[in-house]
Design a protein around this ligand. Structure first.
Ligand code: C2E
Ligand code: CA
Ligand code: CA
Length: 592
């Protein structure tokens, strides 16, 4: 057992581990007892594990016993005297002559037991040989039994400590950490403890280092980190630093001072690793921490909470954070949403599209539609895209959402084309889609396969700033343009971006964000800004579409300012296909 816990606890832990069933270990214990029987020429043998109530029998040869009360255990005497005990004939021994295991099955007449000790010397069990008839037992046999017991203890020690160390840093690993937290629970510790995770290098960064500088360099860095952490944290010898995964360490403590985490973070500061003479890397240390009462929180949950705190610290770019149940709950909900969305994308009717008309301010006629995604969650009800899309955007699920939307739009367009309804539909496309290899070709193929004219599918470019920063996304966008897709720029005017970028991005339509439009009728400054923007965009030969038009007055002002198209609740809310067809019929009647 590692010296990470006090001796008494180690004794208890050793006992707990030995008591538990473990087929792999017990198979080897059986081989030990078989060897003992053979070498000592006594048919029965077993390992007995003793706690303060029971005796547990392991690896028994010729014995059907599995458990007895401590009172009934012969081995109790071996454990209490702490030395090898031999009883050549139990019926002749006052201690045993009236004993139930002697007067009844298994009728033990001969017994010899040697104590099994932890490294600290505490007895946790015995290795015994026994028979139903009396035996002589020579000094040589005594020595042999003692030797076997010593070998068995050494083997048990090795069995339990292997798998509990990180092979690179040689620190106790995550399994050991779990076991130590479990031990606190088993010892019924009620005082609050803290688990602190220390992230010195994140996994992608570690892989990057391993790839470019080699595994050996990474391992040297990791070893150096372990030493450096101990030094900077001024850890005393009896304090354990765990290595829970590559570059991630942990401390278990009962320190309660509220400023402690901040102090630890300060002490750790930044890591400057000199890899070669001329190559050094700087790494930020991040801490995630959870307070817990060992009897109230199971070990895996303690670890999960500390990981949650650490990831939150990383996400918020903070040097340290404590576990926050509310944030954790929200993240778990987010995770569930992503899981459920993935399921919804693979079938069923929970996801669907609605279509919002865009009308010409010159003719008043509908000139296009925007497809907008809707999610009717079976338990949580309707979840707006603004709630789930920001979560999706960070994941590979975004590609699936976009592909689902496009394929659904294409199949709807096909139905409309067959009904001789030829209105272009715009789909919203994110930066990750533009940047994805093969996206433009995939789109072109799908449009052809659907048998829909390319002019009927339009692309709305979201997240313009990110697109501009990504050469891959820019290349994707240009490819779509060359293939003949009409592109529009969404949410223009919502950020504070420099409009010089317009020259770099090959779009036909600019969609003015609702924030530019909604005070048009009531606020003079808004009016002035919109007027200048529309004039400028018209001079640059863009088609200008205003979003979020909610009333007639705004519509009239936009028309007056030379805006080309409008979209908003005043014209129509986003509609299901049937509702939209109905709306369109109403429009053509009004026109006619
Ligand atoms: P967006 O592209 O700017 O879409 C316009 C949003 O404004 C839609 O919200 C629409 O319902 C809403 N809207 C339309 N007219 C009015 C109006 O007069 N007043 C007000 N207050 N709002 C109006 P929705 O459908 O909730 O979508 C929100 C955002 O989610 C969209 O903003 C878009 O960025 C994203 N989104 C929606 N569907 C998709 C999709 O299929 N794919 C992707 N990538 N993003 C989508
Ligand atoms: Ca849009
Ligand atoms: Ca928009």
């Amino acid at each position: 057992m590692t010296p990470s816990t006090p001796a008494e606890s180690r004794h208890q832990l050793a006992l707990e581990m030995l008591k538990q069933d473990d087929a792999g270990r017990d198979d080897i214990l059986s081989k030990f007892t078989a060897l003992a029987s053979q070498l000592l020429d006594v048919p029965g043998s077993f390992v007995s594990v003793l706690d303060d109530k029971q005796q547990y029998i392991k690896g028994a040869q010729q014995f059907a016993l599995e458990q007895t009360s401590l009172d009934d255990a012969l081995c109790r005497h071996t454990a209490s005297c702490g030395t090898l005990l031999v009883c050549r004939d139990t019926l002749q021994d006052a201690r045993f002559s009236t004993h139930p295991l002697i007067l009844a099955a298994p009728y033990i007449r001969f017994y010899a037991g040697a104590p099994l000790r932890t490294r600290d010397g505490a007895v946790i069990g015995t290795l015994c040989v026994a028979d139903t008839k009396p035996h002589e037992f020579s000094q040589q046999q005594v020595e042999l039994l003692e030797l076997l017991a010593a070998i068995m203890t050494a083997w048990l020690d090795a069995w339990y400590s292997s798998g509990f160390r990180d092979v690179v840093t040689l620190l106790p690993n995550r399994h050991k950490l779990m076991q130590d937290i479990e031990l606190l629970e088993k010892l019924s510790i009620e005082t609050p403890h803290r688990l602190v995770l220390i992230d010195c290098i994140n996994t992608p960064r570690a892989y990057e280092i391993a790839r470019s500088l080699g595994m050996a360099t990474l391992e040297t860095i990791l070893k150096g980190m372990a030493t450096m952490l101990r030094e900077r944290l001024k850890l005393s010898k009896d304090k354990v630093l765990y290595s829970v995964s590559t570059g991630r360490f942990a401390l278990l403590t009962s320190i309660q001072s509220p400023d402690w985490l901040g102090e630890v973070s300060e002490r750790l500061g930044k890591i400057h690793a000199q890899v070669y003479e001329n190559i050094s890397i700087d790494l930020a240390v991040r801490l995630g921490e959870v307070s817990f009462i060992p009897t109230q929180c199971p070990a895996p949950e303690v670890l999960r909470r500390s990981v949650s705190a650490l990831h939150e610290a990383t996400g918020q770019n903070k040097p340290f954070l404590s576990y926050d149940a509310q944030i954790d709950h929200r993240r778990n909900l987010d995770f569930r949403l992503m899981h459920d969305l993935a399921t919804a994308l693979r079938g069923g009717n929970d996801l669907y599209l609605v279509y919002q008309p865009q009308i010409s301010l010159h003719s008043g006629a509908p000139v296009g539609l925007e497809a907008l995604i809707r999610w009717q969650h079976p338990e949580l009800g309707n979840i707006p895209p603004a709630e789930f899309l920001p979560l999706v955007e960070k994941t590979s699920l975004m590609a699936e959402v976009t592909e689902w939307v496009i394929l659904t739009v294409l199949s709807q367009l096909k139905k409309w084309v067959d009904k001789e309804l030829q209105l272009p539909v715009s789909v919203n496309v994110n930066v990750s889609d533009f940047a994805r290899a093969g996206f433009a070709d995939w789109l072109e193929t799908k449009v052809h396969e659907a048998g829909v004219p390319i002019a009927l599918l339009r692309i709305e470019c979201l997240e313009t700033e990110k697109v501009l920063e990504s050469p891959l996304a820019m290349a994707g966008l240009e490819l779509l343009k060359r293939q003949g897709f009409s592109l529009s720029l969404d949410d223009f005017g919502s950020g504070y971006s420099n409009i010089n970028y317009l020259r770099r991005i090959p779009v036909d339509v600019i969609k003015l964000d609702r924030s530019l439009i909604y005070r048009l009728a009531s606020d003079e400054a808004s009016h002035t800004i919109a007027r200048h923007i529309i004039t400028m965009l018209k001079e640059l030969k863009y088609v200008v579409l205003a979003e979020g038009v909610e009333d007639e007055q705004t519509l009239l002002i936009l028309k007056q300012l030379g805006c080309d198209e409008a979209q908003g609740f005043f014209c129509s809310r986003p509609l299901l296909p049937e509702g939209l067809e109905h709306w369109l019929k109403g429009q053509s009647k009004a026109e006619g």
